[in-house]
Design a protein around this ligand. Structure first.
Ligand code: PEP
Ligand code: MN
Length: 364
């Protein structure tokens, strides 16, 4: 059930409705919108009687929600959610197309800092890179854990990039929340409900990747888990689903972008790197993602992809990323959106110089 307050309802009236909801043992989620505040009700016990609220001061209408998801729904909030970050101009879900870029994994301080400087210069506002890597094989590189997070924190300080990195369990989430600006929940964990609930209690925005065989409804329900715990800053991410097609690693389902936007107010970004698994397909699918209306991109870039410890084959060379940014800036403009400008000297605050990796644009 959803309670829509009148446009001129007072804070007091909103509070009384919330208190009433809570007195029945439910949780009230008051979501202010441009026109009016709506209050979502969650809890899985008995049905509430709409008549209980109909007559309360400030209430416009009481709506029964037939869909299984409530808080993620456009019924609750008509206008799009814009996720913001303290002390930063960056947004996800606003006019600007958010670009998150960086290596699959943080391999070393030098590799990470080199990549960060390159992507910051090209205009990315977010730096991605795993410190905890969910790998198919237990013998593959598993990430640098907290040491990796410390490198990421250093990158934020030096280049002003916002850090997005994955938490794979409750323990790593604790640390990711401490060091990063955005907590990534990976495809493999999209239905790890205890992790989703823990992310819902975190005070940082969550980047929720679509499970590799998740339907749209399952995807939205995973976001509902996070929101039901009180964290309303959720960004969805399409990263490809498994199909019979074998010309790509996954099949990037760009049609999910408008499908999500029809049902939900949450921003949705696209990951063409994991979505295709092949470097030569990352640029075309990035262009398409911006054209289809995605709120952002998350892209793997490595200074020396041939020597990457994970996902080298899908990582762009730095010059390819530069060119991609030039192109998506133009595509975004057609749609009345923008992509942040290049930053000639992102390391202006750097206390010491960073040596660059030896990798160059070799055979692709
Ligand atoms: C990643 O972004 O590093 C990652 C592992 O992606 P996914 O969870 O989509 O496979
Ligand atoms: Mn990867």
């Amino acid at each position: 059930m959803l309670i829509v307050m009148k446009a001129n309802a007072s804070q007091e009236q909103v509070r009384s409705v919330c208190e009433k909801i809570e007195s029945f043992g439910f949780r009230a989620h008051s979501i202010p919108g441009a026109q009016r505040t709506a209050i979502g009700i969650t809890g899985n016990e008995m049905e509430l009687d709409p008549g209980t609220f109909d007559e309360m001061a400030g209430v416009q209408e009481v709506i029964r929600v037939s869909k299984p998801y409530k808080l993620v729904s456009r019924d609750l909030k008509e206008e799009k959610t814009v996720v913001r970050f303290p002390n930063s101009e960056a947004t996800v879900g606003g006019v600007e197309v958010a670009v998150m870029a960086g290596p699959c994994a943080i391999e070393s301080r030098e590799q990470a800092l080199t990549t960060a400087e390159l992507v910051a210069r090209a205009g990315a506002r977010f730096f991605r890179g795993g410190a905890y890597k969910p790998r198919t094989s237990p013998y593959s590189f598993q990430g640098l854990a907290e040491d990796g997070l410390k490198i990421l924190a250093e990158i934020r300080d030096r280049f002003g990039l916002l850090i997005v990195t994955e938490a794979v369990d409750n323990e790593s989430l604790e640390l990711v929340e401490k060091y990063a600006d955005m907590i990534q929940i990976g495809a493999r964990n999209m239905q790890n409900f205890s992790l989703l609930k823990r992310a819902g209690r975190a005070r940082k925005p969550v980047l929720l990747k679509r499970g590799m065989s998740a339907t749209l409804e399952e995807f939205l329900m995973a976001a509902e888990y996070v929101m039901s715990e009180g964290n309303y800053n959720v960004v969805l991410c399409e990263r490809g689903v498994r199909t019979f097609a074998d010309h790509t690693r996954n099949t990037l389902d760009l049609s999910v972008v408008p499908a999500v936007q029809r049902l939900s107010h949450l921003p949705i970004i696209v990951d063409p790197s994991h979505g295709t698994g092949k470097r030569n397909k990352v640029t075309p699918l990035s262009r398409a993602a911006v054209a289809v209306g995605a709120d952002g991109l998350i892209i793997e870039v490595h200074p020396d992809p041939d020597r990457a410890l994970s996902d080298g084959k899908q990582s762009l060379f730095p010059d390819q990323f530069d060119q991609l940014m030039v192109e998506i800036r133009q595509i975004a403009n057609v749609l009345g959106r923008s992509v942040a400008a290049t930053v000639p000297n992102p390391g202006a605050r750097r206390p010491t110089p960073v040596s660059t990796a030896s990798g160059t644009a070799a055979a692709r």
